[in-house]
Design a protein around this ligand. Structure first.
Ligand code: C2E
Ligand code: CA
Ligand code: CA
Length: 551
């Protein structure tokens, strides 16, 4: 402020002195004109140039009188205009300074806004939420009024971004924010924490039940399909909840604990989880030791493979089976693959695990072949396997080592794993197809693959995700999805497998719809190799199943 007004005064003075300079020049020119005119007048009117004639000319010549005024006029004009100029210039500079100042304030506000608000959703960002949380904790008083923190992480948002593009991903986020806004009211804070993570701060709440209700409302608000560019997307989220001061007494610990609860909910496939100390202990030590133990289990051959039959709906025979890995932990007992596969994927152990499963399945296939059991076995592959350029070579070497026909092996990959590094994935599938190994698209309907993409894929089969099949008799939407996938697959020349077939009613309906293969607890649960082979021999020796009678 001081500096700018100093600059203003300096500039005004400079302008003034410039205007005065022209006035002085005017005075000088006018004075010179007076001198010349007086000399000329004394010479022409009074006959010579001397002091007497000059005085005479000055006294009597009216024109010289007027001329004599000129220096005064210039001096006055100079003074006047310099003051006016200086005033106007000053006013102009003042105006501009004012404008500059208000623009700076606007900019400063914008910078503050950008630093505290998310540009895309216009919601407070992580920094503002933490700031408000810290303030709320600081002013919670002696009685430590309770503050709730809810973290919502969208499920499979990365897949949406990768398959539909970031623009559509952004549209999803904007819609999620607006739905959450209908659930969260002032003075509670709804913030966007990270790309696909939102948080809610609830002040002065009585108990954890209040937060549970909010969590349920948040889940419900996302339940309806999101329409993005005409596409109907199912966007769900997973929620972690933590309460101040019960679960943490500082902002950072509360955040960490809500985050941990959210991750546990993700792992357990629950809508939400409330933080507890036991949860934290189990998770932190659990994850690290479990990863180390899984590595050991792979190295020491402690995993097992179970087989679940795929029933050929046309022949009524079981000619294929899916290999599903099992881990019977020494202390924890049975650990479901959904839990340790995720762990393996996060720690890059998955490649070792897949190699182990592939080797074991081929060993078993070779053994069954020798016993005269003819069944093609399917192995599940993860996105990391599919992204690895040496996958076809590894499989080829194993086929040779176990003397297996490629006809007896199939790989299953999910839609979404195909989208990650899709060029290599595509090349790998093509090479496997050239080697005579068929592939299936697993969990179909849960990802976002486009029709044109599917058409290009060298896959021979679609597996309808069990979530649709399990509800198809009660839920008309699911029934339509199942019917549509069957028709779509057939139009593309692909076979269709329905997984999660549990009831006779589902079997009948799927056969009526023309589904090629059926898999599920209703036919047979996954079984250990010896049990599976006995079951299979018995089943096929009858040469028909309960389904053929239905057909
Ligand atoms: P998935 O590939 O979709 O396998 C089908 C899962 O559904 C299996 O669970 C199977 O036991 C279960 N299932 C089959 N029929 C029914 C039914 O009628 N009702 C119900 N409720 N469930 C049924 P599982 O064995 O627990 O495997 C879970 C997932 O773990 C698999 O899902 C697959 O994604 C993964 N997984 C299993 N083994 C492997 C493996 O060797 N490698 C890789 N990368 N993933 C594996
Ligand atoms: Ca599978
Ligand atoms: Ca599946």
């Amino acid at each position: 402020m001081g500096i700018s007004s100093q600059i203003l005064t300096d500039n005004v003075n400079l302008l003034k002195s410039k205007a005065s300079k022209y006035a002085i020049l005017g005075v000088l020119i006018a004075s010179t004109a007076i001198i010349i005119a007086t000399i000329l007048s004394s010479y022409f009117h009074y006959g010579g140039i001397n002091a007497e004639n000059i005085v005479e000319a000055q006294k009597k010549n009216f024109a010289l009188w007027i001329l004599d005024f000129m220096p005064f006029i210039f001096a006055f004009w100079g003074q006047y205009t310099s003051s006016i100029m200086a005033y106007e210039a000053g006013a102009l500079v003042m105006d501009q300074t004012q404008e500059l100042r208000s623009r700076t304030t606007e900019l400063e506000l914008q910078i503050v806004r950008n630093a505290t608000y998310d540009n895309l959703t216009k919601l407070p960002n992580r920094f503002l939420l933490i700031d408000r949380l810290e303030q709320a904790i600081a002013s919670s008083g002696y009685e430590k009024r309770k503050i709730g923190l809810i973290i919502l992480n969208l499920n499979q948002f990365r897949d949406i971004n990768e398959t539909l593009g970031h623009d559509r991903g952004d549209l999803v986020l904007i819609q999620v924010a607006s739905r959450l806004n209908t659930v969260i009211q002032e003075p509670d804070t709804l913030a966007r924490m990270d790309s696909d993570e939102f948080a809610v701060l609830q002040y002065n709440i009585n108990d954890i039940d209040y937060l549970k209700r909010t969590a349920t409302m948040i889940s419900k608000s996302l339940a309806k399909a999101f329409i993005i560019d005409g596409l109907s997307l199912d966007v769900r989220g997973t929620i972690g909840v933590a309460l101040f001061p019960d679960h943490a007494t500082s902002a950072s610990n509360l955040l960490r604990n809500a985050d941990l609860a959210m991750n546990v909910a993700k792992q357990d496939k629950r809508e939400y989880t409330i933080y507890s100390d036991e949860l934290a202990q189990k998770r932190t030590t659990g994850c690290l030791t479990l990863t180390a133990e899984l590595r050991q289990a792979i190295e020491q051959n402690e995993l097992q493979v179970y087989y679940q039959p795929k029933l050929n709906a046309v022949t009524g025979r079981v000619d294929e089976a899916e290999a599903l890995v099992r881990w019977q932990h020494k202390r924890h007992g049975f650990i479901p693959p959904d839990n340790f596969i995720q762990l393996a994927e996060r720690s890059s152990l998955i490649r070792a695990l897949s190699s182990w499963v592939l080797n074991e399945v081929m060993r078993q296939s070779s053994a069954w072949s020798k016993e005269g059991i003819d069944v093609s076995l399917t192995v599940n592959l993860s996105s990391q396997d599919l992204s690895s350029p040496d996958l076809p070579d590894i499989i080829s070497e194993l086929l040779t080592a176990h003397k297996i026909s490629p006809r007896n092996l199939r790989v299953e990959i999910t839609e979404t794993s195909l989208m990650i590094n899709h060029e290599i994935a595509f090349q790998n599938l093509t090479r496997l197809a050239e080697m005579g190994i068929k592939s299936s698209i697993d969990d179909f309907g849960t990802g976002y693959s486009s029709l044109s993409y599917l058409k290009m894929l060298p896959a021979s089969e679609l597996k309808i995700d069990k979530s649709f099949v399990m509800d198809m008799m009660e839920n008309e939407n699911d029934a339509v999805i199942v019917r549509t996938i069957i028709d779509l697959a057939h139009n593309l020349g692909l076979k269709v497998v329905a997984e999660g077939v549990e009831t006779k009613a589902q079997q009948d309906e799927l056969i009526r719809l023309g589904c090629d293969y059926l898999q599920g607890y209703g036919i047979c649960k996954p079984k250990y190799s010896t049990e599976f082979s006995s079951w299979l021999q018995q089943e096929n020796s009858q040469n028909k199943t309960s389904l053929t009678s239905v057909n």
